[in-house]
Design a protein around this ligand. Structure first.
Ligand SMILES: NC(=O)c1ccc[n+]([C@@H]2O[C@H](COP(=O)([O-])OP(=O)(O)OC[C@H]3O[C@@H](n4cnc5c(N)ncnc54)[C@H](OP(=O)(O)O)[C@@H]3O)[C@@H](O)[C@H]2O)c1
Length: 254
């Protein structure tokens, strides 16, 4: 049975990814900040979907927590075929670029970008030592955002953190291709989750005004299906590439 490790699998997009990979036949280790009992609805959904999952707890921005959780996942599963770097945060307060604090910058960059860099490094080292399956030692999928390219001046630290993930994707794709490890990026647009709850009215208004060619909110399942496609191994001659899951938002229009 193939195995996957999904960061931030307790809610939203990550939870949908865990379920989707589970349905595709993966055993899935997920990481969240708190124990399963704190997420009764997610726990119910996971049990109902029949996914074979392992719930791991830690703060991804902490080096020692990352080390402990990855060690536990390898100990339990023996190998990790697919790593999905999904955990992420928005700034606690949306502040203009001219007033953004260093504290907020560090919080967002440490959680979104630094954690992605070093969890990938840790897992990739182990992947390189794994026996290849179907000609591959592993697949790594980063969840960035349309914000990797789209400017939002009231949450610049988030945009920078996601642009950094796009470069991490290219760097690791380049470094790991010769090791038999493929690296991809999924760029969600506006997806209905806890992260977008605070700005639900604003985004619903913009969608109503035709901001996206596909005129609806994205769902966590939309993103999960793209992740499953990359995780399937069906792109063996592709690495360092991304797919937009954004209703066509990236299309420049007149
Ligand atoms: N929603 C959107 O419109 C959208 C658009 C583009 C990109 N994205 C990206 O997609 C990813 C998932 O977003 P989402 O909307 O599903 O967000 P969400 O509903 O807020 O869920 C975030 C997930 O990340 C985990 N997480 C956050 N900080 C963590 C930490 N320090 N250590 C470990 N886990 C941590 C959370 O765990 P806990 O439950 O324990 O807090 C949770 O599972 C993020 O990287 C986000 O930037 C989202």
């Amino acid at each position: 049975m193939k195995t996957a490790f999904v960061t931030g699998g307790s809610r939203g997009i990550g939870l949908a990814i865990v379920k989707e990979l589970g349905r595709a036949g993966f055993r899935v280790a997920l990481m969240a900040t708190r124990e399963e009992e704190h997420y009764p609805e997610s726990s119910r959904q996971l049990k109902e979907s029949g996914v074979d999952y392992l719930w791991l707890t830690g703060d991804i921005s902490s080096s020692s927590d990352r080390e402990r959780v990855v060690t536990e996942a390898f100990k339990e599963f023996g190998r990790i075929d697919v790593l999905v770097n999904n955990a992420g945060v928005a700034p606690k307060l949306r502040a203009d670029l001219l007033t953004m604090t260093e504290e907020s910058y560090d919080y967002v960059m440490d959680t979104n970008t630094k954690a992605n860099m070093f969890i990938t490094q840790r897992v990739a080292r182990e992947m390189t030592a794994q026996e290849p399956v179907d000609g591959r030692k592993g697949i790594i999928i980063n969840i960035s955002s349309c914000s990797a390219e789209v400017s939002s001046v009231n949450r610049g630290e988030y945009c920078i953190s996601k642009a950094g993930i796009s470069m991490l994707t290219l760097l690791y794709a380049d470094r790991l291709a010769g090791e038999g490890i493929l690296v991809y990026e999924v760029r969600p647009g506006v997806i209905r989750t806890d992260m977008t709850k605070k700005v639900e009215e604003k985004y619903s208004g913009l969608i109503g005004q035709g901001l996206f060619p596909i005129a609806r909110w994205g769902t966590p399942e939309d993103v999960a299906r793209a992740v499953r496609a990359f995780a399937s191994g069906d792109f063996p001659y592709t690495t360092g590439s991304y797919i937009d899951v954004d209703g066509g938002f990236h299309i420049k229009r007149l």
